[in-house]
Design a protein around this ligand. Structure first.
Ligand code: FE2
Ligand code: FE2
Length: 200
C-alpha cells in the first residue's frame, strides 16, 4: 500500500484548503464506515482521500482530458462536465498518485453518480462524501444517524437527497444515479419482504 501521508501532501498542492479538508473528512469517515461495516479500512481511507483529486479541474479541461484519455463521455456528462471528475479522478489516482488497486479506483469512479452493482467500498465512499463532518446541508444529521444503523438505509437516503437536490436545481439526472437508487429500493424491499407497490 502506498504511503498515505505522501499522497495527502501531494493532494494538498492540487486542491483548495476547503476541498482538501473535505477530502480528509471523507477519508476519516470512510475509514470509520469500513470498520463498522467490515470493509478494508486502509483502502477506504485512501479512496476517500483521493475521491476528489480531479475536482479542481475546470469543465473544459475535464472534457479535453477525458477525450484525450479515451474515456467515453455520455450525453449527461457532456452537458454537466463536473460529473467527469469522478472517472477522471479514478485515472488520476492511478497515474499521478500511484494507486494500482482496482477497488480503490472504481470507488472513486462511482462516487458522484453512484450506480447499480456497487461494491461495499463503493457504497462507503459514496456515503462518506455526503456525511463527512464539514458537510452542513439540511438533513445531513439524519443521514449520519441512519449510517449508525444501516449502510443501505443511509445510502438510499443519500440517493434520495441527491435526486431531490438535482430536481430542485433543474439539473440532469444521470441514468447511473437512477439505476443505483432503484436497485437499492428493490434490494431493501426484498430484505424487508415487501412487494412495495404504492397502492398496497
Ligand atoms: Fe466529488
Ligand atoms: Fe467530495
Amino acid at each position: 500500500m502506498i504511503e498515505y501521508e505522501a499522497v495527502a501532501e501531494q493532494l494538498r498542492s492540487q486542491l483548495s484548503e476547503k476541498r482538501y479538508l473535505h477530502s480528509i473528512g471523507v477519508s476519516r469517515t470512510a475509514a470509520c464506515l469500513a470498520r463498522q461495516f467490515g470493509a478494508d479500512v486502509q483502502k477506504a481511507a485512501l479512496a476517500g482521500l483521493l475521491h476528489d483529486c480531479a475536482r479542481a479541474l475546470p469543465d473544459e479541461q475535464l472534457l479535453s482530458i477525458a477525450e484525450e484519455w479515451g474515456l467515453g463521455i455520455d450525453r449527461i456528462e457532456r452537458e454537466t462536465p463536473v460529473l467527469l471528475h469522478a472517472k477522471l479522478g479514478s485515472l488520476l489516482a492511478a497515474r499521478e498518485y500511484g494507486v494500482n488497486d482496482r477497488e480503490i479506483c472504481r470507488a472513486i469512479a462511482f462516487h458522484t453518480t453512484g450506480g447499480p452493482g456497487m461494491t461495499l467500498l463503493d457504497e462507503i465512499i459514496y456515503l462518506a462524501d455526503f456525511i463527512e463532518p464539514s458537510r452542513s446541508f439540511p438533513g445531513v444529521e439524519e443521514l449520519r444517524n441512519l449510517a449508525e444503523e444501516s449502510l443501505h438505509g443511509a445510502l438510499l437516503a443519500a440517493y434520495n437527497q441527491s435526486v431531490i437536490y438535482i430536481l430542485h436545481n433543474g439539473g440532469l439526472l444521470h441514468p447511473d444515479t437512477v439505476a443505483g437508487r432503484n436497485e437499492l429500493v428493490m434490494q431493501n424491499r426484498r430484505e424487508l419482504g415487501s412487494g412495495g407497490s404504492l397502492d398496497e
